[in-house]
Design a protein around this ligand. Structure first.
Ligand code: SF4
Length: 367
């Protein structure tokens, strides 16, 4: 690390260490922030008055139980090939559920990993375009890509649908659980004194929503992901909090511009429409998701396969919902590190590489 970077970090740390105001709760709403903050040891050096809490920023963690149930249904009942990011494979679906469909086979399958063990075709991919390629190479199979994530990943799902449409692929569709951040901010604003906004989300959306929230009294800064960027962002929060007025500052200007990415925004606007969305452990937040517009119904797996309504049930021992809202720490969950570990996860927050529970487990908690 260069001397200049070390100096910036040292100055930021001095500002944070000298903080002498009321206790501050800072909510990360980005799984990558959560893990980088742990990995870099930042939590451990913060004074007691500056507390970081993890919010609903991990896309896999907020994906609801019934979405996993829908994917399992497609794989087990409709002979569909599921293409998905790896983390979703081990995320638990309904726990001890009664029949989701008339077929008892599906009722016993609690995850895509279990479906794969039972013979279903579950392909791990790294991008939606990989799923399109799989569909192209396997014309005899119906292929569904599990489209999850926030504003950062939605455009690539749209591009995959465009590609499939251009090529005339009739065996490709997507199952959407894409979410948008503004509703999460609104739902979480009373749990925090300032947001550490996710840099990659606002590289797409721009900063208008953050500025509006500041005008309404909710503070926050957009942050990058390096030690210098994170420490600078935290120092800005501490300094501005001491000044007393609600604030917003873009601390990631090398990537985030006020207008975001107009091209990505246009693409999503053209192909997707807002919808109510269920967040794991939180419930339905109105207009907090996006789904394909009716013009793209041929690529919408829910329409194409007429998926029945699923009433997912979470494991009652799991407190992911409270963890995702910053209402409790992972270590407050009775099964943390005992019944629930990264090898044997009970909840999504322990599965995902971006989940707060897995970060707590891997890096040894707060202190
Ligand atoms: S430790 Fe496991 S069961 Fe508890 S909240 Fe986290 S993921 Fe859920």
């Amino acid at each position: 690390m260069s001397d200049n970077k070390k100096n910036v970090i040292a100055r930021a740390r001095a500002i944070i260490d000298s903080y002498d105001g009321k206790p501050i709760r800072i909510m990360e709403v980005c799984g990558t922030h959560t893990h980088e903050i742990f990995r870099l040891g930042i939590r451990q050096i913060l004074p007691d008055k500056v507390r970081l809490i993890s919010g609903p920023g991990c896309p896999v963690c907020v994906t609801p139980v019934d979405f996993i149930d829908e994917a399992v249904y497609l794989a087990m009942e409709r002979d569909v090939t599921i293409c998905t990011f790896g983390d979703l494979v081990r995320v638990p679906g309904s726990f001890g559920t009664s029949a989701q469909t008339s077929d008892k086979k599906t009722a016993k399958i609690g995850s895509l990993a279990a479906a794969r063990a039972a013979g279903a075709r579950i392909q791990v991919v790294y991008a939606p375009q990989d799923a399109v390629a799989y569909a192209r190479e396997h014309p005899q199979e119906q292929v569904v890509f599990l489209s999850v994530g926030f504003e950062t990943t939605t455009p690539s799902s749209c591009l995959a649908v465009k590609e499939a449409q251009r090529e005339g692929l009739t065996n490709f569709s997507i199952l959407t659980a894409n979410k948008t951040m503004p509703s999460a901010y609104a739902a979480m604003k009373d749990s925090t004194d300032a947001f550490l906004y996710p840099g990659h989300v606002h590289a797409i959306t721009g900063t208008g929503i953050c500025e509006k929230l500041a005008e309404e009294g909710t503070s926050g800064v957009v942050a990058g992901f390096t030690a210098r960027e994170l420490m600078t962002a935290l120092a800005v929060i501490v300094k501005k909090t001491q000044e007393g007025s609600p604030f917003f500052e873009n601390c990631y200007p090398r990537v985030v511009r006020a207008e975001g990415s107009p091209a990505a925004q246009r693409l999503v606007e053209e192909m997707m429409e807002p919808c109510d969305a269920r967040w794991r452990g939180i419930g339905v937040l109105p207009q907090s998701g996006v789904q394909l517009r009716p013009e793209y119904a041929a690529f919408d797996a829910r329409v194409k396969f007429n998926i029945p309504s699923m009433q997912g049930r979470e494991n009652p021992a799991c407190r992911c919902g409270e963890v995702l809202q910053g209402k409790c720490m992972p270590s407050d969950c009775k099964v943390f590190g005992k019944g629930c570990t990264p090898e044997h996860p009970i909840g999504a927050c322990m599965v995902s590489g971006e989940g707060a529970c897995s970060a707590f487990y891997l890096y040894g908690g707060d202190r």
